[in-house]
Ligand binder design. Structure first.
Ligand code: PGA
Length: 253
């Protein structure tokens, strides 16, 4: 059985290299202790190539974004080849905080995902609705986002993807409330139905779907127990020593 994924998106933290070293050391220790879980960290770009793994280290590296461009005159961008060459296994693509700031059209999403796969970086594709309307329009939003991101890929390429379901209403400091286990369970089924309709049964059943949005020490076990959840993408708790271990531990059971 595939390992569950505990992915820690550090966002714009930590502020210094000293703090990076402390956090990195802590996560490395936990990745070894809970080796039944794939522990992934996504640091800000200045730290992305720091502290390469030595033999026996289990900690897995991700970037928080990548460019769709391969090289050339694109100031401020970072390519899939660059992050691969400094040891990244994953790249988060389409996080809602970046979607809000930049234009993530269908082509932008597809090209970023294609660039990652071309360079053998596994995309963690974020998607999720802004609000849950009573009429169920949010279901169309989810389908649109999934088709936008995956539509250009072959079935073999789609199998390299991890989906991160992140309802915006449940994310970060602006969260209205955390998701509950019933909502999460029914949404995972809904997502698998959408995948089945668009990409076939095999992909729908095997696609890893991790959940992100206010995952904390206190709700990690309840959410980890939801059937079909392959792990978490953690934001604000991702650099909090008190919360990291219970979150990883919840996924190890
Ligand atoms: P949160 O963030 O855990 O702070 O809700 C999740 C995310 O933004 O990926």
């Amino acid at each position: 059985m595939a390992k569950k994924i505990a992915a820690f998106n550090w966002k714009l933290n930590p502020g210094t290299v000293e703090e990076f070293n402390t956090l990195h050391k802590q996560l490395k220790r936990l990745a070894k202790k809970y080796d039944s879980v794939e522990v992934v960290f996504a640091p800000p770009l200045p730290f992305i190539g720091y502290k390469h793994n030595k033999d026996g280290d289990q900690l897995v590296r991700s970037s928080q974004m990548i460019s769709k461009e391969f090289a050339g005159a694109h100031t401020g961008e970072v390519s899939a080849a660059m992050i691969k060459s400094v040891g990244c296994v994953y790249s988060i693509i389409g996080h809602s905080e970046r979607r809000k700031r930049y234009d993530y059209s269908q082509m932008e999403m597809r090209n970023k995902v294609t660039a990652a796969i071309f360079h053998k970086v596994k995309p963690i594709i974020c998607f999720g609705e802004d609000v849950r309307d009573k009429k169920g329009m949010y279901i169309d939003t989810l389908e649109e986002q999934l088709v936008d991101a995956l539509g250009g890929l072959t079935p073999t390429e789609i199998k390299k993807v991890v989906l991160a379901y992140e309802p915006i209403w449940a994310i970060g400091s602006g969260a209205k409330r955390p998701i509950n286990e019933k909502e999460l369970f029914s949404t995972i089924i809904l997502i698998r139905n959408i995948l089945s309709r668009n990409f076939g049964e095999d992909i729908a059943m095997k696609m890893p779907i991790i959940y992100g949005g206010s995952v904390k020490a206190h709700n990690a076990q309840t959410l980890a127990n939801v059937q079909g959840v392959s792990g978490f993408l953690v934001g604000s708790a991702s650099h909090d020593f008190e919360q990291i271990e219970p979150i990883i531990s919840a996924l190890s059971k």
